[in-house]
Design a protein around this ligand. Structure first.
Ligand code: SF4
Length: 73
C-alpha cells in the first residue's frame, strides 16, 4: 500500500514463456527495455504512474506468449 492508499502495481516477466521477439519493449518503451540477450527488462518496479500502468497492461495484452503479468503488490 502506498501513501495514497492504493496498491503498488508491478509488471512481471515470465522468462520461461518469453520468446524474446521484442514486441513489448518495441511498443511500450516507457515501461520496458531489453538486455544484451534481447530479453525484456522492466524499467521500474513497482510502476510509477498511472500512464505506466496503462502501458504495462497494453504490453501484457499484446504479448503473444502471455509472458507479461500486471499484478498488485
Ligand atoms: S512480447 Fe512477450 S514474448 Fe515477446 S519479448 Fe515481450 S514478453 Fe517476450
Amino acid at each position: 500500500m502506498n501513501p495514497n492508499g492504493t496498491s503498488a502495481v508491478r509488471l512481471a516477466v515470465d522468462r520461461t514463456a518469453c520468446a524474446g521477439h521484442g514486441l513489448c519493449y518495441g511498443g511500450w518503451p516507457d515501461v520496458l527495455d531489453c538486455d544484451d540477450q534481447g530479453d525484456p527488462v522492466v524499467l521500474r518496479d513497482p510502476l510509477g504512474t498511472e500512464a505506466e500502468v496503462e502501458s504495462a497492461r497494453s504490453a501484457a495484452l499484446a504479448c503473444p506468449e502471455r509472458a507479461l503479468t500486471v499484478e498488485s503488490v
